[in-house]
Design a protein. Structure first.
Length: 183
């Protein structure tokens, strides 16, 4: 398994661990993402990963759409988690195409999307009062990927405005600050 697939899988597993810890009565809690509660954030994450899984399975590149409302957010997540991980098992990592962030290999595309489940794991944990330590290595890789987009990520509203933070802050805090979170 490539390091990119391993890192992406770890980010998905991190999000999965947070979903498993969300109390049933916390899905309406606000998140650090403006205009999204915990259930809406999960639906967003399902939409992103469902679209990525479709690319991996079929090669068809469609923009992600918010997943439909559900009475069972955790169950909806399990379907997405299992689907994306199964799709990655058979993905052609070298396949070149015009993905959401431009022309690149599927492996580069996967590396680019990795920051989404990583960031939203933290967001969901914040919404539900769960403690979460983001892995330094995933934060470092994700920070480099998001920075490689330049101002495009902010223009497309994929990340918020950078939050000021000390240069010597832990990498997880610098990553979160860069994507517009208050660590």
């Amino acid at each position: 398994m490539s390091e990119t697939v391993t890192n992406f899988t770890r980010a998905v597993e991190l999000f999965d661990a947070v979903v498993a810890a969300v109390p049933d009565d916390a899905w309406d809690n606000d998140t650090p993402c403006a205009d999204w509660n915990a259930e809406q954030l999960l639906r967003h994450q399902c939409g992103v990963l469902d679209a990525l899984a479709e690319v991996a399975r079929s090669g068809v590149v469609n923009r992600p759409q918010m997943a439909a409302e559900t009475d069972d957010p955790a169950g909806r997540w399990v379907t997405t988690r299992d689907g994306v991980l199964a799709a990655l098992a058979g993905a052609d990592l070298g396949r070149e195409d015009d993905y959401w962030f431009g022309s690149m290999s599927f492996e580069e595309f996967l590396a680019m999307v990795q920051w989404d489940p990583l960031t939203h794991a933290w967001d969901l944990a914040q919404a539900c009062g769960t403690s979460l330590d983001l892995p330094d290595d995933l934060c470092e890789v994700s920070l480099a990927r998001v920075k490689s987009l330049g101002e495009t990520a902010r223009r497309w509203r994929l990340i918020g405005d950078e939050v000021p933070i000390a240069d010597d802050a832990p990498i997880a805090h610098r990553y979160l600050a860069y994507v517009g979170r208050q660590p």
